[in-house]
Design a protein around this ligand. Structure first.
Ligand code: CA
Length: 309
Protein backbone atom coordinates (compact mmCIF):
# COMPACT_ATOMS: atom_id res chain seq x y z
CA UNK A 1 0.00 0.00 0.00
CA UNK A 2 2.88 2.33 -0.66
CA UNK A 3 2.98 4.79 -3.50
CA UNK A 4 5.17 7.48 -2.06
CA UNK A 5 8.73 7.51 -0.83
CA UNK A 6 8.50 9.00 2.66
CA UNK A 7 7.39 5.78 4.33
CA UNK A 8 9.18 2.89 5.92
CA UNK A 9 7.91 -0.36 7.34
CA UNK A 10 9.01 -1.74 10.70
CA UNK A 11 7.61 -4.78 12.53
CA UNK A 12 4.61 -4.82 10.24
CA UNK A 13 3.70 -1.22 10.99
CA UNK A 14 4.11 1.62 8.58
CA UNK A 15 5.69 4.92 9.51
CA UNK A 16 4.98 8.01 7.51
CA UNK A 17 7.89 10.25 8.41
CA UNK A 18 6.84 13.23 6.36
CA UNK A 19 6.65 16.08 8.85
CA UNK A 20 7.27 18.76 6.30
CA UNK A 21 4.47 21.11 5.38
CA UNK A 22 3.18 18.62 2.86
CA UNK A 23 -0.56 18.36 3.11
CA UNK A 24 -1.25 15.71 0.53
CA UNK A 25 0.81 12.66 1.40
CA UNK A 26 -1.36 9.71 0.42
CA UNK A 27 -0.66 6.01 0.07
CA UNK A 28 -3.15 3.78 -1.70
CA UNK A 29 -3.64 0.77 -3.89
CA UNK A 30 -4.16 2.34 -7.30
CA UNK A 31 -7.00 1.22 -9.47
CA UNK A 32 -9.20 -0.32 -6.78
CA UNK A 33 -12.71 1.06 -6.66
CA UNK A 34 -14.76 0.24 -3.59
CA UNK A 35 -18.47 0.97 -3.11
CA UNK A 36 -19.74 -0.34 0.21
CA UNK A 37 -16.58 -0.82 2.24
CA UNK A 38 -15.33 -0.89 5.82
CA UNK A 39 -11.80 0.52 6.09
CA UNK A 40 -9.94 0.46 9.40
CA UNK A 41 -6.45 1.33 10.58
CA UNK A 42 -4.70 1.62 13.93
CA UNK A 43 -3.12 5.07 13.80
CA UNK A 44 -0.99 7.08 16.18
CA UNK A 45 0.42 10.51 15.44
CA UNK A 46 4.08 10.61 16.41
CA UNK A 47 4.96 14.16 15.45
CA UNK A 48 3.47 17.31 14.01
CA UNK A 49 4.84 20.20 12.03
CA UNK A 50 4.99 23.51 13.89
CA UNK A 51 2.77 24.92 11.16
CA UNK A 52 -0.63 23.78 12.39
CA UNK A 53 0.72 21.97 15.45
CA UNK A 54 -1.74 19.59 17.04
CA UNK A 55 -4.35 20.29 14.36
CA UNK A 56 -2.24 18.33 11.88
CA UNK A 57 -3.65 14.95 11.09
CA UNK A 58 -3.37 11.38 9.86
CA UNK A 59 -6.08 9.05 8.63
CA UNK A 60 -7.87 7.35 5.78
CA UNK A 61 -9.13 8.32 2.37
CA UNK A 62 -12.26 6.59 1.05
CA UNK A 63 -14.09 6.82 -2.24
CA UNK A 64 -11.32 8.92 -3.72
CA UNK A 65 -11.26 9.30 -7.48
CA UNK A 66 -7.48 9.50 -7.69
CA UNK A 67 -5.63 7.21 -5.28
CA UNK A 68 -2.93 9.74 -4.46
CA UNK A 69 -5.21 12.75 -4.19
CA UNK A 70 -7.23 13.43 -1.06
CA UNK A 71 -9.29 16.19 -2.68
CA UNK A 72 -11.69 14.26 -4.90
CA UNK A 73 -13.35 11.98 -2.35
CA UNK A 74 -13.55 11.74 1.43
CA UNK A 75 -10.76 12.21 3.90
CA UNK A 76 -11.33 10.78 7.38
CA UNK A 77 -8.65 12.29 9.56
CA UNK A 78 -7.56 12.28 13.19
CA UNK A 79 -6.01 15.48 14.49
CA UNK A 80 -3.57 15.27 17.37
CA UNK A 81 -5.99 17.34 19.46
CA UNK A 82 -8.45 14.44 19.33
CA UNK A 83 -10.74 15.80 16.65
CA UNK A 84 -11.90 13.44 13.92
CA UNK A 85 -13.13 15.08 10.74
CA UNK A 86 -14.50 14.22 7.34
CA UNK A 87 -13.38 16.41 4.46
CA UNK A 88 -14.98 16.34 1.04
CA UNK A 89 -13.09 18.14 -1.69
CA UNK A 90 -10.90 19.70 1.04
CA UNK A 91 -13.90 21.17 2.91
CA UNK A 92 -14.91 19.81 6.32
CA UNK A 93 -18.45 18.37 6.30
CA UNK A 94 -18.45 16.71 9.75
CA UNK A 95 -16.32 16.53 12.87
CA UNK A 96 -16.37 15.07 16.37
CA UNK A 97 -14.05 14.46 19.29
CA UNK A 98 -12.50 11.16 20.35
CA UNK A 99 -13.53 10.85 24.03
CA UNK A 100 -10.56 11.14 26.37
CA UNK A 101 -7.99 11.45 23.59
CA UNK A 102 -4.43 12.20 24.61
CA UNK A 103 -1.86 13.34 22.06
CA UNK A 104 -0.10 10.48 20.33
CA UNK A 105 -2.39 7.70 21.51
CA UNK A 106 -3.33 4.88 19.15
CA UNK A 107 -6.85 5.15 17.74
CA UNK A 108 -8.62 2.43 15.77
CA UNK A 109 -9.98 4.71 13.08
CA UNK A 110 -12.71 3.11 10.98
CA UNK A 111 -14.81 4.38 8.10
CA UNK A 112 -17.82 2.38 6.94
CA UNK A 113 -19.75 3.28 3.78
CA UNK A 114 -23.16 1.83 2.95
CA UNK A 115 -24.77 3.42 -0.08
CA UNK A 116 -24.58 7.17 0.55
CA UNK A 117 -24.06 6.80 4.32
CA UNK A 118 -20.60 7.26 5.78
CA UNK A 119 -20.01 6.38 9.41
CA UNK A 120 -16.79 6.98 11.31
CA UNK A 121 -15.77 5.16 14.46
CA UNK A 122 -12.99 5.33 17.02
CA UNK A 123 -12.82 1.72 18.11
CA UNK A 124 -16.42 0.72 18.82
CA UNK A 125 -17.59 4.29 19.38
CA UNK A 126 -19.56 5.89 16.56
CA UNK A 127 -18.39 9.47 16.15
CA UNK A 128 -19.88 10.59 12.85
CA UNK A 129 -22.77 9.52 10.64
CA UNK A 130 -23.48 11.49 7.50
CA UNK A 131 -25.25 11.09 4.18
CA UNK A 132 -23.55 12.34 1.04
CA UNK A 133 -23.85 11.05 -2.50
CA UNK A 134 -21.03 13.05 -4.09
CA UNK A 135 -18.58 10.14 -4.31
CA UNK A 136 -20.35 6.75 -4.25
CA UNK A 137 -17.30 4.67 -5.16
CA UNK A 138 -13.52 4.99 -5.22
CA UNK A 139 -10.14 4.18 -3.74
CA UNK A 140 -9.12 3.64 -0.13
CA UNK A 141 -5.81 4.95 1.16
CA UNK A 142 -3.76 6.24 4.07
CA UNK A 143 -2.97 9.91 4.36
CA UNK A 144 -1.12 12.39 6.54
CA UNK A 145 -1.18 16.17 6.69
CA UNK A 146 1.97 17.74 8.14
CA UNK A 147 2.30 14.96 10.68
CA UNK A 148 4.28 11.77 11.08
CA UNK A 149 2.25 8.74 12.08
CA UNK A 150 2.31 5.01 12.61
CA UNK A 151 -0.23 2.99 10.66
CA UNK A 152 -0.84 -0.64 11.55
CA UNK A 153 -3.48 -3.35 11.06
CA UNK A 154 -5.00 -1.94 7.90
CA UNK A 155 -8.22 -3.86 7.26
CA UNK A 156 -10.56 -3.66 4.29
CA UNK A 157 -13.91 -5.41 4.13
CA UNK A 158 -15.61 -4.64 0.82
CA UNK A 159 -19.12 -4.43 2.16
CA UNK A 160 -19.88 -8.08 2.73
CA UNK A 161 -21.29 -7.77 6.24
CA UNK A 162 -24.41 -5.57 6.47
CA UNK A 163 -24.49 -5.73 10.27
CA UNK A 164 -21.03 -4.21 10.67
CA UNK A 165 -21.51 -1.01 12.62
CA UNK A 166 -25.11 -1.93 13.42
CA UNK A 167 -26.82 -0.99 16.65
CA UNK A 168 -26.91 -3.91 19.06
CA UNK A 169 -29.29 -4.74 21.90
CA UNK A 170 -28.63 -7.46 24.44
CA UNK A 171 -30.30 -9.16 27.39
CA UNK A 172 -27.35 -7.96 29.47
CA UNK A 173 -23.97 -6.49 28.69
CA UNK A 174 -20.70 -6.14 30.56
CA UNK A 175 -19.73 -2.61 29.49
CA UNK A 176 -16.25 -2.46 30.90
CA UNK A 177 -12.64 -3.36 30.15
CA UNK A 178 -13.37 -2.69 26.49
CA UNK A 179 -16.26 -5.15 26.32
CA UNK A 180 -19.43 -3.63 24.92
CA UNK A 181 -22.51 -4.37 22.86
CA UNK A 182 -21.16 -2.26 20.03
CA UNK A 183 -18.00 -4.36 19.91
CA UNK A 184 -20.13 -7.19 18.53
CA UNK A 185 -20.34 -5.32 15.23
CA UNK A 186 -17.12 -3.28 15.24
CA UNK A 187 -15.49 -5.24 12.44
CA UNK A 188 -12.89 -6.86 14.71
CA UNK A 189 -13.54 -10.56 14.74
CA UNK A 190 -10.98 -11.87 17.16
CA UNK A 191 -10.14 -10.81 20.68
CA UNK A 192 -6.38 -10.36 20.71
CA UNK A 193 -6.57 -8.20 23.83
CA UNK A 194 -9.93 -9.37 25.18
CA UNK A 195 -11.38 -5.97 24.48
CA UNK A 196 -13.44 -6.08 21.34
CA UNK A 197 -16.47 -8.27 21.78
CA UNK A 198 -19.74 -8.55 23.65
CA UNK A 199 -20.10 -10.32 26.97
CA UNK A 200 -23.18 -10.83 29.08
CA UNK A 201 -22.72 -9.99 32.74
CA UNK A 202 -20.39 -12.62 34.14
CA UNK A 203 -21.33 -13.16 37.77
CA UNK A 204 -24.08 -15.73 37.36
CA UNK A 205 -23.20 -19.30 38.32
CA UNK A 206 -26.73 -20.53 37.50
CA UNK A 207 -27.38 -21.47 33.89
CA UNK A 208 -29.68 -18.97 32.24
CA UNK A 209 -30.68 -17.46 28.90
CA UNK A 210 -28.92 -14.56 27.21
CA UNK A 211 -29.59 -13.01 23.82
CA UNK A 212 -28.17 -10.42 21.48
CA UNK A 213 -29.86 -8.69 18.54
CA UNK A 214 -28.37 -6.73 15.64
CA UNK A 215 -30.17 -4.69 13.00
CA UNK A 216 -29.32 -4.76 9.30
CA UNK A 217 -30.44 -1.18 8.71
CA UNK A 218 -32.90 -2.26 6.00
CA UNK A 219 -34.63 -5.42 4.89
CA UNK A 220 -32.12 -7.66 3.14
CA UNK A 221 -32.08 -11.10 1.62
CA UNK A 222 -29.75 -13.22 3.77
CA UNK A 223 -28.94 -16.91 3.99
CA UNK A 224 -26.05 -17.18 6.45
CA UNK A 225 -25.01 -16.12 9.93
CA UNK A 226 -21.40 -16.23 11.08
CA UNK A 227 -20.50 -16.13 14.75
CA UNK A 228 -16.95 -15.45 15.88
CA UNK A 229 -16.08 -16.59 19.38
CA UNK A 230 -13.18 -15.48 21.49
CA UNK A 231 -9.79 -16.09 19.92
CA UNK A 232 -7.44 -14.96 22.68
CA UNK A 233 -5.12 -17.82 23.50
CA UNK A 234 -6.30 -20.07 26.33
CA UNK A 235 -9.65 -18.30 26.36
CA UNK A 236 -10.40 -19.15 22.73
CA UNK A 237 -14.02 -20.28 22.44
CA UNK A 238 -14.80 -19.43 26.05
CA UNK A 239 -18.32 -18.10 26.49
CA UNK A 240 -19.63 -19.58 23.24
CA UNK A 241 -23.16 -20.86 23.92
CA UNK A 242 -23.79 -24.62 24.16
CA UNK A 243 -27.46 -24.55 23.14
CA UNK A 244 -28.66 -21.64 21.07
CA UNK A 245 -31.02 -20.47 18.36
CA UNK A 246 -30.55 -18.09 15.46
CA UNK A 247 -33.66 -16.11 14.59
CA UNK A 248 -34.55 -13.49 12.00
CA UNK A 249 -37.27 -10.87 11.97
CA UNK A 250 -38.62 -8.07 9.81
CA UNK A 251 -39.99 -6.03 12.72
CA UNK A 252 -37.89 -6.92 15.80
CA UNK A 253 -41.04 -8.46 17.32
CA UNK A 254 -42.03 -11.61 15.42
CA UNK A 255 -39.16 -14.07 15.05
CA UNK A 256 -38.51 -17.01 12.76
CA UNK A 257 -35.99 -19.62 13.93
CA UNK A 258 -33.49 -20.47 11.19
CA UNK A 259 -31.00 -22.49 13.26
CA UNK A 260 -31.40 -24.47 16.50
CA UNK A 261 -28.17 -25.94 17.88
CA UNK A 262 -27.60 -28.23 20.85
CA UNK A 263 -24.43 -29.41 22.58
CA UNK A 264 -22.35 -27.19 20.33
CA UNK A 265 -18.67 -27.91 20.98
CA UNK A 266 -16.42 -25.12 22.20
CA UNK A 267 -15.11 -23.63 18.95
CA UNK A 268 -11.64 -22.56 17.94
CA UNK A 269 -10.80 -19.29 16.26
CA UNK A 270 -12.58 -18.46 13.04
CA UNK A 271 -16.15 -18.26 11.81
CA UNK A 272 -18.83 -20.66 12.97
CA UNK A 273 -21.15 -20.57 9.97
CA UNK A 274 -24.87 -21.32 10.08
CA UNK A 275 -26.54 -21.36 6.64
CA UNK A 276 -30.31 -21.25 6.22
CA UNK A 277 -32.93 -20.95 3.51
CA UNK A 278 -32.68 -17.49 1.94
CA UNK A 279 -35.03 -15.12 3.68
CA UNK A 280 -35.68 -11.40 3.85
CA UNK A 281 -34.92 -9.99 7.28
CA UNK A 282 -34.09 -6.75 9.03
CA UNK A 283 -32.93 -8.12 12.38
CA UNK A 284 -31.01 -11.16 13.54
CA UNK A 285 -30.98 -12.54 17.08
CA UNK A 286 -28.85 -15.16 18.75
CA UNK A 287 -30.28 -16.63 21.97
CA UNK A 288 -28.16 -18.83 24.20
CA UNK A 289 -30.42 -21.16 26.20
CA UNK A 290 -27.59 -23.19 27.71
CA UNK A 291 -24.35 -21.43 28.49
CA UNK A 292 -20.87 -22.74 29.14
CA UNK A 293 -19.10 -22.26 32.46
CA UNK A 294 -15.64 -20.80 32.88
CA UNK A 295 -12.99 -22.06 35.29
CA UNK A 296 -14.74 -20.27 38.15
CA UNK A 297 -18.15 -21.79 37.41
CA UNK A 298 -19.56 -18.54 36.05
CA UNK A 299 -21.84 -18.83 33.06
CA UNK A 300 -21.99 -16.13 30.47
CA UNK A 301 -22.25 -15.64 26.73
CA UNK A 302 -19.45 -14.01 24.79
CA UNK A 303 -18.98 -13.34 21.09
CA UNK A 304 -16.29 -11.43 19.25
CA UNK A 305 -18.28 -10.51 16.18
CA UNK A 306 -21.41 -11.32 14.21
CA UNK A 307 -21.77 -11.31 10.43
CA UNK A 308 -24.51 -12.13 7.96
CA UNK A 309 -24.50 -12.73 4.24
CA1 CA B 1 -15.84 -7.34 17.47
Amino acid sequence: MITNTTETTTSGAELDSDTAANWDTVSAVPGRAYGDVAASVDVSITGVNADGGETNWAGLTVHTQNPTDRQAGYLVGLRNNGEVFVDRSAATIAKAKVPGYTAGQTVILRAVTRGSTLKVYAGSTELISLTDASYPVGNVGLATGAASAWFDNVRLNPGTNPVEGAAVTASSSYENDGWSKNALTDGRRSLPTGTNGWSSIDNLSVDHTESVTAGLGAARRISRLDLFGRADGANTGLGFPVDFTVQVSSDNATWTTVADKHDYPRPGAGAQTFPFTPTTARYVKVTGTKLSADQFGDRYMQLGEIAVG
